[in-house]
Design a protein around this ligand. Structure first.
Ligand SMILES: [Zn+2]
Ligand SMILES: [Zn+2]
Length: 770
């Protein structure tokens, strides 16, 4: 499968699409891959029961989320973790993990019995695989959010069975909600599924019951208890094939209560209820442990009576079929729920020839299973242990659904609450799924062609669904900008609507709307703040920071090219500015000079005092442009380390040009400019003071790049060594002998020129004015 484009979201099912069973779906967005569930198909055996794992490179999966412990969602997990190139992290809720362990051990045992019967070795994994992979499974609490490399996901109650979770997954601002199997009905022990507080862009929702409607719960309970009651009072036996964990506990809560309330009519213990599941018995402690994750009703029972509500008065556990004293009417709950093999199948074959007996199907029956076949009321059924023998079927078959899946109304209400613009249907046979798709499309028909149009997809396994998203950005305000937003919230200023744009670069200056909030009148107001939007490509985090905070919060970030401009007031003639700059920077390009001031300097006896004021435009060191008009000088340059430093020194010159001794000398013309002939003489007079003055000039010009090699004044007086200074700019170096006022060594001609000029300027500075 090719890599999805950056804003393209891909949904790809390996199983559980247009079918119920072997659920496994892939989500891909921004090069992240999330896998949802790893089930097996209950109607198939061995490798045929697996999702189409060969159709996807499992090594690409970042995380795998397991919605609940049912085999159609979790039973191929050890296979994925131990037998494929999958390297991702696996998450499930605590109760799911606790029950999963017992359940899959049972699954391994049952499937190996199945294999020994068929003579084929098609075990998907062993007990050892199960144990090894078990420790690597991580747990997540309801309502907590985990972040794995930028994939954030939160677990919500799904209602379906103990531990069942819906996952809301967020990648780079895109939110996907996966319901798993879910129920909106408040039953005897579980909370109904929650609506997450944050909206979703994509909803992946189960469609098990399509457009069917459940009878009200109270009617179903009445029907169930009455059917069982009338069967046993007529001397019949009732078989309830159930999935070992989950709905079985709900049915037992109903039956136990009914048996207590109707003890006399039922012959005070004359009609036993059995639950033939060691697994369920072992898992009772799990149910007790996680009572706090169930609804108020069961928690109250547990708190008030201080007994485990899952320890039933009227129900006994049956360890094995040999112990079973099958002499009269009884009620038997036995797994597996779809009568594929095991105990429930054995009892079915024993009881189905008698017409007073009843098989009551309460769970969802997958196509291709014995439970589904029985609904057709066949005359005979094949024997599991001896396929050549058929068993006559005369018993009653009834179906009352207690499968904790939403019906059409519940599903529609939930889908409307989520109001995701894209809906992907999973976990449904083709027909009910197709009917649900049509019903949803007609329900949302009025939105067709609008911005809120709802798209519904019912892809088959291994058929991609590609959705394009504009890349919604939500930025987190960081640092000083938070204060700015808060000030904006309190200030009563008129605000412009802000716009959010997608960002092609890692960081750029951008306006962004922040701090959206509800106004008392219900209208949302937006505050406009300016800052730099910084995105972390790995975690998709977006930060909005003010420029001054950038280094503090994102020290690795390099800044972009900026054009800078600074204007200073200058109170002197332009030829002086030019002269000083030439002293400092050597050759300067004259761009505009209408008054020809730059040439006046060359005329020996030019009178500086009566020039007409005009414009002078100079180019200094290729990038810095100086525009001097009247009394203001404007510098323009492209931001950069060197240009900034040069610009700074130009500004320093501009600020001091009118007071510099050289200027005074030049403009006053009271003295002939000396020709540095008296350098030796100069050195003789108070040398330390002079050196200090000159070195100050160097310090101003070169900053930290300049080092004066002199410790104390006394040293110089006493000794005979020369005082020198070193200028280091990158690879270029110059050594200046301040005692001799000459350059001792320099490896760069431009630097040498500059140093020479400063040295001359220094000599000018310290020369006594005559
Ligand atoms: Zn389920
Ligand atoms: Zn399921």
């Amino acid at each position: 499968m090719e890599q999805p484009r950056s804003n393209s979201f891909k949904f790809f099912s390996l199983g559980g699409s247009n079918e119920v069973g072997r659920s496994s779906h892939m989500l891909q967005y921004k090069n992240k891959t999330v896998m949802l569930d790893a089930g097996v198909h209950p109607a198939y055996q061995g490798y045929a029961s697996l999702p189409f794992y060969d159709e996807f490179d499992l090594s690409k999966v970042d995380i795998l989320l397991i919605s609940h412990f049912h085999v159609d969602h979790a039973a191929s997990l050890p296979y994925v973790m131990q037998k494929t190139n999958f390297q991702g992290r696996v998450f499930m809720t605590h109760p799911t993990k606790a029950i999963y362990r017992w359940l899959l051990r049972d699954f391994v045992r049952v499937t190996s019995i199945g294999n020994s019967a068929t003579g084929k070795d098609e075990n998907l994994y062993t007990d050892e695989d199960l144990a090894e992979s078990f420790d690597r499974i991580e747990t997540i609490d309801y309502h907590s959010t985990v972040d794995v490399g930028g994939i954030k996901f939160t677990a919500y109650h799904a209602g379906h069975v103990l531990g069942a979770a819906m996952f809301q997954i967020e990648i780079a601002g895109l939110r996907v909600l996966f319901t798993g199997d879910y129920s909106r009905e408040l039953d005897r022990h579980l909370n109904s599924a929650e609506v997450p507080p944050f909206p979703s862009d994509v909803l992946i929702v189960e469609s098990t019951f399509g457009t069917a409607t459940h009878e009200p719960r109270i009617n179903r309970e009445r029907k169930l208890t009455q059917l069982i009651h009338s069967t046993v009072t007529k001397g019949g036996r009732v078989l309830l094939p159930v999935f070992a964990l989950g709905r079985a506990q709900e049915l037992m809560l109903i039956l136990d209560e009914y048996w207590s309330q109707h003890a006399e009519e039922l012959g005070s213990g004359q009609v036993p209820i059995y639950y033939a599941s060691n697994l369920a018995r072992k898992c009772m402690s799990v149910f007790q442990t996680y009572v706090n994750m169930m609804n108020d009703n069961i928690r109250r029972k547990f708190r008030d009576s201080q007994t485990n509500p899952f320890v039933f008065k009227n129900i006994s556990y049956l360890k094995n079929i040999d112990e079973f004293q099958d002499f009269g009417p009884s009620v038997m709950l036995a797994s597996p729920g779809m009568l594929q093999n095991g105990l429930s199948r054995e009892i079915l074959e024993r009881w189905c020839p008698e017409d007073k007996n009843l098989v009551l199907i309460t769970g969802y029956s997958v196509e291709g299973t014995m439970a589904k076949f029985l609904m057709l009321e066949p005359d005979t059924i094949p024997s599991i242990n001896n396929p050549e023998i058929t068993v006559p079927r005369r018993c009653q078959i009834e179906e009352i659904s207690f499968a904790a899946h939403v019906d059409f109304q519940e599903n529609l209400e939930f889908i409307e609450k989520i109001s995701a613009p894209n809906i992907v249907l999973v976990h449904g046979e083709s027909n009910p799924m197709g009917r649900l798709k049509s019903a949803l499309l007609s329900n949302f028909a009025s939105l067709k062609g609008t911005d809120q149009e709802v798209h519904v997809y019912n892809p088959r396994n291994c058929v991609e669904v590609n959705l394009e998203f504009k890349g919604i950005k939500v930025a987190k305000a960081v640092g000083n900008i938070v204060d700015e937003i808060q000030r904006g919230e309190t200030a009563e200023v008129k605000r412009e609507p802000a716009k959010v744009e997608s960002l092609p670069e890692t960081a750029q200056e951008e306006q962004s709307n922040q701090g959206e909030r509800e106004h008392p009148n219900g209208a949302e107001e937006e505050i406009v703040v300016s800052g730099i939007l910084v995105s972390d490509e790995k975690n998709f985090d977006l930060n909005l920071v003010s420029l001054t905070d950038l280094r503090e919060h994102h020290n690795k970030l390099s800044t972009t090219v900026l054009r800078e401009r600074q204007t200073v007031h200058v109170d002197c003639k332009k030829e002086l500015i030019y002269w000083h700059l030439c002293q400092m920077f050597g050759d300067i390009e004259v761009l505009e000079d209408p008054s020809n001031v730059t040439n006046m300097l060359k005329e020996e006896d030019h009178d500086f005092s009566n020039e007409t004021e005009d414009k002078l435009v100079l180019q200094i060191m290729s990038d810095i442009k100086l525009i001097a008009v009247d009394n203001s000088a404007t510098l323009e340059w492209t931001q950069g380390l060197i240009s900034d430093a040069v610009a700074d020194s130009v500004i320093a010159i501009l600020m001091s040009v009118d007071s510099a001794p050289a200027s005074v000398k030049m403009t006053s013309r009271s003295c002939d400019s000396h020709n540095h002939q008296n350098v030796e003489e100069l050195i003789q007079q108070d040398p330390v003071w002079k050196i200090k003055q000159i070195s100050k000039l160097f310090q101003e010009q070169f900053g930290d790049s300049f080092t004066l090699l002199m410790n104390k004044d006394e040293d110089y007086k006493k000794n005979d060594e020369d005082i020198s200074g070193i200028i280091t700019i990158g690879k270029n170096m110059a050594r200046v002998n301040f005692s001799q006022l000459k350059i001792e060594e320099c490896n760069s001609n431009p630097l040498k020129g500059r140093v020479e000029q400063i040295l001359n300027m220094g000599i000018d500075l310290v020369a006594p004015l005559c």
